[in-house]
Write a protein that binds this ligand. Structure first.
Ligand SMILES: [Zn+2]
Length: 102
């Protein structure tokens, strides 16, 4: 099983670029907002999020992350984890997507 960090901390400028790139990729702000947050709400900008891969590794972390305090926080992002609990705790309910932050 392979598990790699594909993204971690981002500056606010980098996050703004990710937002622009995501809008370009999806061709609509409304769809892009399901997948990316503005800098003021992004856990990546706070240094409190990691994206992992490949998909098999992400599924492993979804199953075992709670013992390290890491939880998948979005239904639509199997790769995105945040340290939102104490190690060994129970992960909270996930957001459906990132539209809450816009
Ligand atoms: Zn992420």
């Amino acid at each position: 099983m392979e598990l790699r960090v594909t993204s971690g901390w981002r500056s606010a400028d980098e996050q703004r670029q990710v937002v622009r790139d995501t809008i370009t990729r999806y061709g609509s702000e409304q769809e892009a907002h399901r997948w990316v947050l503005p800098p003021e709400h992004s856990a990546h900008v706070q240094g409190l999020a990691v994206d992992v891969g490949p998909t098999e590794g992400a599924y492993w972390l979804d199953e075992h992350g709670a013992q390290f305090g890491l939880c998948r926080t979005y239904d639509n992002e199997v790769w995105h984890f945040e340290p939102v609990i104490d190690p060994g705790g129970t992960c909270p309910a996930r957001h459906p997507d990132s539209t809450w932050g816009w």
